[in-house]
Write a protein that binds this ligand. Structure first.
Ligand code: XMP
Ligand code: MG
Length: 179
């Protein structure tokens, strides 16, 4: 596992501090709104858990699973809802929790879906952002770290379903996905 990592970008301790800081900011901004916090599975599951623990306000959570990547490192551009929300978003202040934004296709699709369902507001918090990968115009409201254009794994993010359990975020050695 570790031998497949080229470089650790942010370690467990650094990420912990960043997520706590984001949680505190979100608590201030969403105070009294009882936001519906939506975790985009699977990649955001660790970020989501740590983030909501750092939010000391009333909130509700739900999960949505979308697929677009498969076992590749580039977005296919086709987004499919694999698991939908359990609760209606109509009239709710929705906070989307995403692991990473690359092309922006996944999120622009999701934002569109939630707006068409008449969410009162749709806000995006992502731990990682790769702005150089954008093919559609999209900016997250809250960004943890801006990353270079490299394929990263760990802290929930996978390559072919592996490496999600690494507690840090690191660049995967290119030879892993080209072999
Ligand atoms: P798009 O291109 O739609 O991509 O913005 C968002 C989704 O693609 C996945 N993604 C990655 N997953 N390492 C990963 O493990 C990466 O470097 C990476 N870049 C994009 C991720 O699932 C995200 O939700
Ligand atoms: Mg993924």
């Amino acid at each position: 596992m570790l031998s497949d990592i080229q470089e650790i970008l942010y370690d467990e301790e650094q990420i912990r501090h960043k997520v706590i800081e984001m949680g505190r900011q979100l608590s201030r901004d969403f105070k009294d709104q009882n936001p519906l916090v939506i975790c985009i599975l699977k990649g955001a599951f660790i970020f989501m858990a740590d983030l909501v623990k750092a939010m000391d306000i009333p909130l509700e959570i739900d999960f949505m699973a979308v697929s677009s990547y498969g076992a590749s490192t580039k977005s296919s551009g086709v987004v499919k809802i694999v698991k939908d929300l359990d609760v209606p978003v109509e009239g709710r202040d929705v906070l989307i929790v995403e692991d990473i934004i690359d092309s922006g296709l996944t999120l622009s699709y999701l934002i569109d879906v939630l707006e068409r369902r008449n969410a009162k507001s749709v806000t995006v918090a992502t731990l990682f952002d790769k702005p150089s990968g954008r093919t559609v115009e999209l900016e997250a409201n809250y960004v943890g770290y801006t990353l270079p254009d490299a394929f990263v794994v760990g802290y929930g993010l996978d390559y072919a379903e592996k490496y999600r359990n690494l507690p840090f975020i690191g660049i995967l050695k290119p030879e892993v996905y080209s072999r």
